[in-house]
Ligand binder design. Sequence first.
Ligand code: NDP
Ligand code: MG
Length: 393
Amino acid sequence: MSDSAPSASQLAPKQVAVLGATGSIGQSTLDVLAHLGDRFTAHSLTGHTKLERLARLAQQVRPRFVVATSPELAAAQDWSDLPAGTELRVGRQALLESVTALDVDIVLAAIVGRAGLESTLAAIDAGKRVALANKETLVVAGPLVMERAAESGAELIPVDSEHSAIFQAMQAGRRAELERVVLTASGGPFRHHTPDQLRQVTVEEALRHPTWEMGKKITVDSATMMNKALEIIEARWLFDLSPDQIDVVIHPTSVIHSFVEFTDGSVMAQLSPPDMRLPIQYALTYPERLPSPAARFDWSKGGTFELEPADPDRFPALELGTQVARRGGTAGAVLNAANEAAVTRFLAGSLHFHQIVPACRSVLTHHTFDAHPTLEDLIRLDQWARQEIQTWK
Ligand code: NDP
Ligand code: MG
């Protein structure tokens, strides 16, 4: 027997629960896992409405479990082609079990919206490494999430490209030496629209993002800049920053993913062509860096890195993000729920694009603020804010 430590390839593969496997981040995660080979393996894949897709993914990936979170839809799906060795589980409890299973090492949290809250919290309470794409969990319950992660020892590694960039750039200095972070924003497809043009925006136009291909909700959030507002709040809790330490700059090509500025004035940034497979892989392999399937720069072609100030009048969502990051308490849960409901109404054709941000601001202003809510309070307010949006005209 050799007395040297086992090499990486001799270690048991890390087991990954992929929550939201049928979505955009889910797909990129499965690409990364395929590329990483036998160091990582999919323990479970979850899906909600796209169950045909989930069944197909199961054939390709052969996970231990597939989890269909909606029992009604699961009952209507033909699962006869599931590979031997893959077991079907159904419902919310099954989702939580796939997260807390003892043999799961990493939970890739990529369910969209508040629907991802319970499973992400369960992963945190179970002390897992959580590769966090589901930013809404931090927006809704940031202080609670960070407190519970500190108690359980869970590692929260960001997947959101800006936060991954900050996480990577922060490694260039000590935490006490960090002065500010600057989140980059593409500005979305309507960066040059006049107020009149914004009134005419169609669903189809809002779903055409200039630099990223993503799920519908985050694509609309990017067009309203609510995504950046949510990211300000995400950064505030994830990195324990004061809201005054968080700035936003417009960077239309999305190759600089964010900056960190240290006390001596040094600015560290992380750059790469826009491809979520890079931050996803880093969240899985951290602190290691491994060859990645993500697109690379061709430096021989040169390039420019255009940066513009973020005009608060043009992007009023940003002010909402900063306000909520300052207030904390119940504000994040209300903003998030109002936004989710407003986006749903916009996609269904019953709310105009330009009404999304004002509707959210109004619901936020009218809610009964509590600085120290429980999780139950937050969930109750989430329901309330959604109902308020239904009555918005
Ligand atoms: P998608 O809409 O593409 O995927 C969402 C996933 O969540 C799907 O698997 C969907 O299942 C599942 N889901 C939806 N509702 C429920 C529910 N009620 N219960 C259980 N599962 C549900 O979104 P994205 O992949 O784009 O985004 C996922 C998360 O990652 C979001 O929080 C987003 O903000 C974040 N993110 C995404 C980025 C991107 O590039 N896409 C970048 C940075 C962050 P099904 O499709 O089967 O219905
Ligand atoms: Mg982002």
